[in-house]
Design a protein around this ligand. Structure first.
Ligand code: 9D3
Length: 246
């Protein structure tokens, strides 16, 4: 999958190419990243990319001409890509959205700076708008990184053999269970004995029960929208009883 990102801070996106799972995916050509900087499309000596808002008020906006020129170049290179603007006003990006976007062959992401972009650019170029959550960031670069990271790891061939177990997890829409590695006793605290038992059914049940219990404690709304199998209901009831007893 090909990602084009229009950004005044291309260096912020580079880290993704160099690091971990996503770095390897880009190395293996599972995904490709192309960066477009509006500053490269300015014509004045100061290379101006911002301007004051009509109507007054604090803050600056990205001025339309260099931004539009950068987006047009990105579109010429990626003619089939939809143009996505990262903005606090957009649709909330979640795991479902990540799976939707992972079906595409290409997308162009616009990372805004300052208070945002001139609305006429949005009107003529933008196909969709995405937010990563209800908190205030300084620009769209971190959201672009979040979206690309979440999508790339879903692409076929992105994860190595060690990671791929995570992907076919049966625990979709449940919180993860606790994990332990060596030593068996750390600072006087032992690993739960079931994990050392070699009984794979018992281990599977324990992990599922922990996942259900944690989700019930921390994110109960996830359980209401999911529904439970008969086995899951029994495991959760047992967890709740133990919780009330302890
Ligand atoms: C006057 C109110 N503005 C600043 C306090 C609104 C505002 C403008 C620009 C708030 C944030 C930003 C920059 N944010 C993004 O570009 C952004 C974002 C975010 O801040 N949170 C969650 N998702 C996203 S996607 C893009």
């Amino acid at each position: 999958m090909r990602f084009g990102v229009v950004t005044l801070f291309p260096g912020m996106l580079q880290s993704l190419l160099e690091t971990g799972v996503t770095g390897r995916a880009f190395e293996r050509r599972v995904a490709q990243l192309v960066l477009w900087n509006p500053r490269d499309y300015t014509r004045d000596v100061h290379r101006t990319v911002d301007d004051r808002p009509y109507g007054g008020g604090p803050g600056m906006l990205m001025k339309p001409e260099p931004l539009l020129a950068a987006i047009e170049d990105a579109r010429a290179t990626m003619p089939h890509a939809r143009v996505a603007y990262l903005t606090p006003q957009g649709r909330r990006f979640d795991q479902r959205a990540a799976t939707e976007l992972a079906q595409r062959s290409a997308m162009i992401l616009i990372a805004g700076r300052y208070e945002g972009v001139d609305e006429r650019v949005v009107g003529r170029c933008v196909d969709e708008e995405w937010s990563i959550g209800d908190y205030v960031l300084s620009g769209g670069e971190l959201p672009a990184l979040v979206v690309i990271d979440a999508v790339v790891r879903l692409l076929p061939g992105a994860l190595g053999d060690d990671d791929s177990a995570q992907q076919d997890s049966y625990m979709d829409d449940l919180l993860d269970c606790p994990h332990y590695t060596r030593p068996e006793i750390f600072d006087g605290e032992a690993v739960p004995p079931v994990l050392l038992s070699g009984d794979h059914q018992a281990i599977r049940r324990w992990r599922l029960q922990q996942s259900l219990g944690r989700t019930w404690l921390r994110r109960p709304e996830l359980l209401s929208s999911r529904g439970l199998s008969a086995e899951e209901q029994i495991l959760l009831d047992e967890f709740i009883r133990a919780q009330n007893a302890g």
